[in-house]
Design a protein around this ligand. Sequence first.
Ligand code: FE
Length: 230
Amino acid sequence: MDLKALRPISYGLYIIGSRKGDRINGQIANTVVQVCSEPPTISVAINKGNLTHEFIEDSKVFTVSVLCQDAPLSLIGKFGFKSGRDSDKFDGVNYKLGETKAPIVLEHAVAYMEAKVINQVDVGTHTIFIGELVDAEVLTEDEPMTYAHYHQVKRGTTPKTAPSYIEEKLAQKEGDIGMAKYKCSVCGYVYDPEKGDPESDIAPGTPFEELPEDWVCPVCGAPKSDFEKQ
Ligand code: FE
């Protein structure tokens, strides 16, 4: 079986919000699907180990913020590579509480949906929550982010808890004797000196060694010391 056959499946990129009492949390997911239109119903697969899973199981509500194509890696990293158990992910983020009192991210989002869980399916490491919409709004006409754009253009990475995670071997070009690439040991992001880090104003051609000491991983915020030479 060649698991690379799964790679051409298309996905978007979303922030899933939920609550437990007054506590709120959110996480990145790429597995939101509309499953029927009457009544409008969506599903999302969430890792059982995630705090958001615990919150959805408790409150039976979740929100979906559809990220736009220019959503910064820092926002994706905040919701995708950090746990709400360690930090308030919504601190400093433009959001509101919806009708379900679950949080909806409003920045870098083209639309949002709120759903109440009507069914759920146990799929081993994940639960598929199926939710009937209680509210939905279009926020902007911007291009939505696709999972392919996130990987190819933004060079984002996939946490091991994601349902679509496949062990990725870094593509090292034959005969590539240019400046060394460095990989974040926390999230897997690779700093490629040929490309720099446009979101932190690091020009293409900047070797890793010459990055400012306070430069951090654009995905997860880890310091330079957490990077390993490729
Ligand atoms: Fe990182």
